[in-house]
Design a binder for this molecule. Structure first.
Ligand SMILES: NC(=O)C1=CN([C@@H]2O[C@H](COP(=O)(O)OP(=O)(O)OC[C@H]3O[C@@H](n4cnc5c(N)ncnc54)[C@H](O)[C@@H]3O)[C@@H](O)[C@H]2O)C=CC1
Ligand SMILES: O=C(O)C(=O)COP(=O)(O)O
Length: 601
């Protein structure tokens, strides 16, 4: 170990990649060879950094906390440092997480609020290698600006096949008969089963898995009905399945197969009351989540003969208690959450999640994001320069607010010749929010948490689209950001209607500031900007330019916007370095300059 030091950091990032301006700028990482841990009594704002003498790597770190298919691990390793640590205790996971940019889990890991809090802001992506995300606290993830992605398609067939396997095995007592033979018995009369053909199967939750189960059950000659309040009727019709009400489904079914996610609405959906409405002798398969059944009520329904048999792959607590009455029940067949566990599904899920996590770490918008609006890649590419413009306008506008004025009301106007319906503003709104909030707080804002963060701070952002005539080739003509009900430290930034107003455009792919208050300017939004108001007169550019030159501050551009010749004017000066306080004071001392402000972009 070469050195040990305490480093105060606002953001746990040593360097930001060029993509850091995009909302999923997660490529910012600690060099791999920096080993650090968060010191809890310093509230996560300080990091103890121990640097080893070994070489540095700029790769992000991905913690894989549950068994993931080899193909996925290989894919991750091409981009990241991968730490496969299975069977960590919750405490060990909380400790490790502050060293990780991404975490990959399956259903066996509770990704809770404490974990996000323990990450100290570094964890930017959680990948769920599977479908169900009931083990991830999505609200906490969103509040921490952490993207959650899942792998929604690769295990569909595996789960459906397991559902059918359980259905058939239950109907023919396969597991019980197998155990009986292995115990030295030969009980042919005891294990007479029931046939599937001609029986009614109710599929509850007609999504990907549910519809594949339905398709297969029809192949077995079953009559299939389904209940799903959100499923499109034409999908059901295409498979030859009738969508009906919940009450009707449970009252007519000989077999019930569960395929809805575990949510507050589906929790204990099968309970004493609903079992009482079922046909006597009904048989139940659950490959969804244990929590959708009230397990104690199921034991009562089995004992009362309402439910003849059950086949369960999932349980409220996994693994269930060894002495669980339900698991030990003679008419219950159980498997240890094997629905997604085929070689094929595990390879598929591993690749699907690795691609999603790597994409998110690279700053791409994830197609399988669970807690963020999805913006298609082509829309993102088109909006990229406007994304930068939006953030910089937010950043400029908020720096024009005088200290002590709380920013509460922001109005954003987008001028475009595209129809408002063709124009997705979520990304731009998120970036304006980022620009406004980040300079005045320690919160990290991205597309995931922008709306939440704004709401939490009482910041109301209203948007309007101004429809322009003309060719809709470019998505946007201009963006205007107005902050209402505040004082400004640069009075000229206040428009006639009383708000701080800045407006910008993208020119040749580069964001430009084109208006401040009522003054038209034209400066590219790079580096930093000094705005001065003066009475328009010859020699002003020279005077200010020479002060900056003497102070060794490089000027990248200057632009003057004026009401009329020799009247009030606003001069915008782009500078590469931040001038010293004394240099700014010298500018303020120039007699014709009435006010000035330095703005960091
Ligand atoms: N045992 C295992 O290893 C596996 C279990 N699963 C479980 O299966 C569930 C379904 O997976 P997919 O079909 O891929 O998801 P999906 O999202 O395609 O389908 C879920 C369906 O449930 C419906 N739904 C939502 N609320 C409902 C309600 N209150 N009543 C009835 N239906 C409702 C939805 O409209 C949707 O059509 C997952 O959420 C997961 O919990 C999935 C894969 C493997
Ligand atoms: O994908 C799902 O929802 C599953 O239940 C599969 O869980 P697993 O990844 O096998 O722990």
């Amino acid at each position: 170990m070469a050195s040990l030091k305490i480093a105060p950091l606002k953001n746990p990032s040593l360097s930001l990649s060029s993509k850091s301006r995009l909302p999923y700028a997660f490529s910012a990482t600690f060099p791999n060879d920096l080993r650090f841990s968060r010191s809890s009594h310093l509230h996560g704002r300080f990091l103890i950094v121990t640097a080893s003498a070994a070489s540095f790597s700029n790769k992000p770190t991905v913690l894989v906390a549950e068994k993931l298919g080899e193909a996925g691990v290989t894919l991750l390793k091409q981009f990241a440092d991968v730490d496969c640590s299975y069977n960590l205790s919750p405490e060990e996971l909380c400790t490790k997480i502050s060293l990780c940019d991404a975490l990959i889990v399956r259903s066996g890991t509770e990704v809770n609020r404490e974990l996000f809090e323990s990450s100290g802001g570094r964890l930017k992506v959680v990948g769920r290698a599977g479908v169900g995300i009931d083990n991830v606290d999505l609200a906490a993830a969103t509040e921490h600006g952490c993207l959650v992605v899942n792998a929604p398609t690769a295990n569909t067939v595996a789960a459906a096949e397991h559902g059918i396997a359980l259905l058939a095995a239950m109907a023919r007592n396969v597991a019980q008969a197998d155990a009986s033979i292995k115990a030295g018995k030969w009980q042919r009369n005891k294990y007479v089963g029931v046939s599937l053909v001609g029986k009614t199967l109710a599929v509850l939750g007609f999504g990907k898995v549910g519809s594949e189960v339905a398709r297969r059950a029809k192949g077995l000659g079953m009559h299939v009905i389904a209940y799903d309040p959100y499923a499109p009727a034409d999908r059901a019709r295409a498979i030859g399945v009738e969508l009906i009400s919940f009450e009707e489904a449970i009252a007519t079914a000989d077999f019930i197969s569960l395929h809805m996610p575990l949510t507050p609405a589906t929790s204990k959906m099968l309970n004493d009351e609903t079992f009482a409405k079922m046909k006597k002798g009904v048989r139940i398969v659950n490959v969804a989540r244990g929590g959708v059944i009230d397990e104690e009520a199921l034991v009562r329904a089995l004992d009362a003969g309402i439910v003849a048999q059950a086949a369960l792959d999932v349980f409220t607590d996994e693994p269930p208690q060894q002495d669980s009455k339900l698991v030990r029940h003679e008419r219950v067949t159980v498997t240890p959450h094997l629905g997604a566990s085929t070689m094929e599904a595990q390879e598929g899920v591993a690749i699907e999640i690795a691609e999603a996590v790597v994409g998110a770490l690279k700053g791409e918008l994830a197609a399988t994001a669970v807690n963020a609006p999805m913006v298609p890649a082509e829309v993102l590419t088109e909006l990229k320069p406007y994304v930068e413009l939006a953030e910089k306008l937010g950043r400029l506008a908020v720096q024009l607010v005088a200290g002590g004025s709380g920013v509460k009301t922001v109005k954003v106007s987008y001028a475009s010749s595209r129809a408002p319906d063709d124009f997705d503003t979520r990304l731009l709104r998120a970036m304006i929010t980022k620009g406004i909030i980040e300079p005045i707080s320690s919160v990290y804002v991205n597309l995931v948490n922008a709306d939440y963060t704004a709401k939490r701070r009482g910041l109301r952002i209203t948007e309007e689209c101004i429809h322009l005539d003309g060719s809709p080739e470019s998505p946007l003509e201009s963006i205007q950001v107005q902050i209402a009900n505040v004082e400004s430290k640069f009075a000229s930034a206040i428009s006639e209607s009383g708000e701080i107003k800045v407006e910008g455009q993208v020119k040749d792919g580069i964001p430009h500031l084109t208006k401040v208050g009522s003054f038209e300017v034209d400066v590219s939004l790079e580096g930093s900007i000094i705005l001065c108001r003066q009475v328009d007169q010859p020699g002003m550019i020279g005077k200010v330019g020479s002060i900056l030159g003497e102070e060794n501050v490089n000027v990248s551009f200057m632009s003057v916007g004026r009401i009329a010749p020799r009247k009030q004017a606003v001069m915008a000066i782009g500078v590469d370095e931040q001038p010293r306080k004394e240099s700014l004071k010298r500018i303020g001392d120039v007699p014709a300059i009435e006010e000035f402000v330095f703005l960091k972009l």
